[in-house]
Design a protein around this ligand. Structure first.
Ligand code: IMP
Ligand code: MG
Length: 335
């Protein structure tokens, strides 16, 4: 599929980072482009025993020849970006659209001080909400105004559409999850922007007619950080029984754990226009499935769960992640 968008189907932290890194390594796209809100996102990628936590740079960096782009819709924190580029040795590979919005110190301060943002909503405190508000008020800076971003500046839509014109693969990486979309999520307990596939296309500058595939990632057991309703949430005791305990990549806060929500998954698949589902974390439901690469080797319980997910979403499950490592996956796509 020349252009594929990957988005989160629940409340974020569905394991998109791992899925995207796998797709980048396996399908070898020419470009991996990030959409989404900004450095409030935390993607975890594990390759060859090394664990990376990313907030600005696309998780597809693991495919060494891929060009790594940050679309105009995304908010950039120059400090976070520079830190990631140098710690991962990505100089020369990263492009930032000249129109990206900029997070300034005052936005971070406001996000951390504002009683509603910090207290009621439980934001990540990374300045995204105030920066997007400034953007809507036309008071925000753009990447092209920032001296330290000069070396990264580019026209992301031109690069992506050009690659597609030449028949090359482009992977578009969404962040956050459907449940915290400004439009479709549990408002006001949401992030400062839509998080659906259409938004990701707009963020990187490809039109709806140029999107070939949309992979929606669902975690077998949804999780949520920050405040807000969570219909299938388990009690702390029940979550402890399942031995599932997780902490946020950006904030370190404890994630609330829930059960599969078929109703939410169906709605999310519909609005995202899902062409395929990627299911993550089945190894947490059945540790015997850890590292399995063939569908036939999954336990009966997990195979039944996959069938239920397909029944609920009416979308085929094409990828099943069986552990954090890139190689721990069942890939059912036609090769
Ligand atoms: P903000 O995006 O920092 O304004 O936070 C708003 C809400 O979205 C809070 O509940 C955050 O915990 C949540 N949120 C934002 N980004 C992510 C993410 O990447 N994963 C999970 N939750 C997120
Ligand atoms: Mg995350």
């Amino acid at each position: 599929m020349p252009s594929t968008i990957v988005v989160g189907g629940f409340f974020g932290d569905e394991g998109k980072g791992k899925i995207i890194a796998y797709l980048a390594k396996h399908d070898r796209p020419q470009i991996v482009a990030r959409g989404g809100v900004g450095p409030n996102a935390g993607h975890t990628v594990e390759v060859a025993g090394k664990k990376y936590a990313l907030r600005m740079v696309p998780s597809g960096f693991v495919h060494e020849s891929a060009r790594l782009l940050i679309g105009a819709g995304v908010l950039v924190d120059p400090e976070v970006l520079n830190r990631e580029v140098s710690s991962l040795g990505l100089k020369g590979r990263v492009g930032v659209d000249l129109r990206c919005g900029i997070i300034e110190a005052k936005h971070i301060e406001e996000d951390r001080k504002d009683a509603d943002l910090k207290g009621k909503i439980g934001t990540t405190g990374t300045g995204c909400g105030p920066a997007n508000a400034a953007r809507a008020l036309r008071k925000a800076k753009q990447a092209k105004d920032i001296k330290e971003l000069e070396e990264y500046l580019c026209d992301v839509p031109r690069e992506i559409n050009g690659a597609l014109d030449h028949g090359n693969l482009v992977l578009v990486e969404g962040t956050q999850g459907f449940g915290i979309s400004l439009l479709y999520g549990t408002y006001p307990f949401v992030t400062s922007k839509d998080t659906s596939a259409s938004q990701m296309a707009a963020d990187v500058g490809i039109g709806p007619t140029r999107v070939d595939a949309v992979i929606v990632v669902f975690k077998s057991y949804p999780t949520r950080v920050g405040e807000g309703p969570f219909e299938t949430q388990l009690s702390e005791e029940k979550a402890a029984e399942l031995r599932i305990e997780e902490y946020g990549t950006v904030t370190g806060r404890k994630r609330r754990i829930g059960m599969w929500d078929g109703k939410m998954a169906a709605y999310s698949a519909m609005v995202n226009g899902a062409t395929a589902v990627a299911l993550s974390g089945v190894d947490r439901l059945d540790p015997a499935c850890r590292g399995v690469k063939e569908y036939g080797e999954l336990s009966k319980e997990i195979q039944e769960f996959v069938a239920k997910v397909e029944h609920d979403t009416r979308v085929p499950v094409k990828l099943i992640s069986t552990g954090p490592e890139l190689s721990e996956i069942v890939d059912l796509r036609e090769q």
